[in-house]
Design a protein. Sequence first.
Lengths: 406, 126
Amino acid sequence: MNKSDFPIFNNNPDLVYLDNSATTQKPQVVIDSIVDFYQNYNSNVHRGIHKLAETATIEFENARGNIAQFVGAKPEEIIFTSGTTESMNILAQILFEHFKDSKGKKTILLSEMEHHSNTLPWMMLAGNLGWNIEYVKLTEEYELNLESLYDAIKKNDVSILSLTHMSNVLGTINNLDAIFSKVKSISPDIFCIGDGAQYVPHHKIDLSNSKSIDFYAFSGHKMMGPTGIGVLYGKKNLLEKLNPSKVGGGMISTVKRNSFTTAELPEKFEAGTPNIAGAIGLSKAVDYLKRQDTLEIEKHMSELTRFTLDELRNIKELTLYGPPVFEKRGPVFSFSIEGIHPHDIAQILDQDNIAIRAGHHCCQILHRETLKIPASARASLYIYNDIENVKRLSNSIKKLITQFKR
Amino acid sequence: MDLYRQDMIDHYQNPRNYGEIVDADAIIELENSSCGDKIKLFVKLKKDKIDEISFTGEGCAVAIASASKLTEYAKGKDIKQIQKLTTDDLLKIIKVELTISRIKCANLSLQTIKKSINSVDHKQKI
């Protein structure tokens, strides 16, 4: 990995980009692959006879295969969406179709650390089905309270459990495989869903090895791919049984006046022309990640996480949220400073060319009920960040604290 | 011009006209849902003029300092004059240049003042 692989850093040499949980920067190879598609073989995929359509279809399906292999899935288990948010919305609609004639008031179980994209689709589904929604509380160390999670499962009315694999505010990593396995040992029929938007960019995942993750969602743009492309993964046997919620071109086998039959997986769930350039770009981002020395990247990120934790903890005016132990968290650091609003922190850091984010980070429930603050400032790191970047961050924070000193 | 120059921080940390008016003619609270900033405005009119004005609330330096400076400006002014104020006028009053994403922070107090004046106006007409 070389920082010069990313044109944005060549074009903005002084930029310290620490807003990676929101979106990551793109290497030249990803940008080139999108231009290449539109310049050299732009065409719609599937059912085209001409050469361009053939090339586009091959590249698009190769992209699916490459992305599937990267997360340990079968190609037919990878449904292209516009991102995690759309993945969760589509899944909630598919499950509405599945449950709409079922009897009884069931529960959808989430946690207090979920992003709005893993909260609102379920809120809507619960509303449509007349079901309950419950949130697992967090421990004092900002981890899931597993005891209360399993207690909720034991009550036997939970039908859907959806949890983030890594919190976009706290950095907390949830061991979904272990949690979902335990859940299924108590109640095997629960649909277990993972939100991998923050986890996949940082960690290797092997979905074929997980017997308990039924569905999984992630976004391309948070792992150096383009915006507007993401994935909904589903276990093949489940996807085969479920019906699509989105219908139209590309997802059918035959259409008659009053009825239709669906295509095979994964087209069944992909109505309309897909984001072809996006899928190809994401596949190139996956190639870029695969070319890295995994051990070296892991070592770099864990050193960086430990260093950032120490740097920020040394600023006594700063309150840092998330697990205190660096092994239990990803490189996401949300914080607040008494007497200085997060928006002001972000604006002053921007004057020093340091890009962070301020607000509720699409986690209002977490901020209001757990952290009890309206907003926080958040610095989030990726593979191209280094110790120097973190030092610039902590120095600027110290400077602004002095500026606001009464 | 540096947004965080000393007078902005001073108005943020020592806001003028901060507090409640017990016998206010109107009390209006508005919230900026995207960032959680809240301004509660208290206003008392004498004929067509703003006789007393105060606010409470929480928010960023821009939101609080602009409420502080705007209430200072509004005291004693004709309500028609306040109702006509635009965002550009507001930026001149608080003497800062803001990026697009921060204009809404400053605007919260202007909206709250206008809404509270309108609500009194409306009541008087009834």
